[in-house]
Design a protein around this ligand. Structure first.
Ligand SMILES: Cc1cc2nc3c(=O)[nH]c(=O)nc-3n(C[C@H](O)[C@H](O)[C@H](O)COP(=O)(O)O)c2cc1C
Length: 210
């Protein structure tokens, strides 16, 4: 299967060629893969910010513990999740769904009431644990889509989320940053990790057959 070959090809790129830029079409494809990700109850509890502005990428480097890959990448995706659930957020996607499917509004109200009872009785912190998990699903899809296009990426959690939220004005949008994904083209010669073997636990250890 091509997907396995592509997943073996990809690695957490440590050095990008800053001169090589990703086409608009390819970036759109990668972001679309994240948009198509399944999420819990289909709520799409996260958003993706696509950053190509060099000044902004440069400003994010110190927020990302000085990781230069942020500046050298062609594009930087930031995955940010809802800071908390609200009734409006839950209703919004279900109203869209009923409209798109030509069903009466409220068709799913028994289910959305259940969701509201579950999430609106939790703390914002508990909500964010759940919403941020959804961001990881879209993140994985974007990584896989990039690999299919032979575009390099670096999954990143190593940054100051509060500082990034401040810089991008996420609080005002009811969002909190979760993950970053620099994308671009590897500088194979300058990358210490490029020639290293990919290491994973052996299948026998990883898979438990019952
Ligand atoms: C959620 C997540 C967070 C990560 N954060 C960072 C990071 O901040 N900086 C970095 O260089 N690599 C980061 N990595 C890369 C991992 O170290 C890398 O994916 C792992 O060692 C497996 O290697 P491979 O991706 O090259 O196959 C992260 C990976 C994941 C999945």
């Amino acid at each position: 299967m091509a997907i396995l070959e592509n997943l073996k090809w990809r690695y957490a790129t440590k050095k990008y060629d800053p001169a090589k830029k990703i086409s608009k079409q390819d970036i759109d494809t990668i972001v679309e893969a994240a948009r198509l990700a399944p999420t819990s109850s289909g709520l799409q509890q996260f958003r993706v910010f696509v950053i190509s502005d060099q000044d902004l990428k440069n400003k994010i480097v110190p927020i990302a513990n000085g990781q230069q890959i942020v500046a050298d990448s062609s594009h930087l995706l930031v995955f940010a999740a809802w800071d908390k659930y609200t009734a409006e957020r839950i209703d919004s996607i279900y109203d869209l769904t009923t409209d798109e499917r030509s069903l009466p509004r409220g068709r799913f109200s028994t289910y959305t009431d259940k969701l509201k009872n579950l999430y609106l009785t939790q703390t914002a912190e508990q909500n964010f644990v759940h919403t941020s998990r959804q961001a990881y699903i879209g993140f994985s899809m974007a990584i896989a889509a990039a690999a299919e296009l032979k575009i390099d990426s670096t999954p990143m959690e190593g940054f100051n989320t509060e500082a990034l939220d401040e810089l991008l004005g996420l609080k005002e949008k009811g969002l909190k940053s979760v993950l970053m994904l620099p994308l671009g083209y590897r500088d194979a010669e300058g990358d210490w990790l490029h020639s290293m073997k990919k290491v994973r636990n052996p299948k026998e250890e990883f898979v438990v057959e019952l």
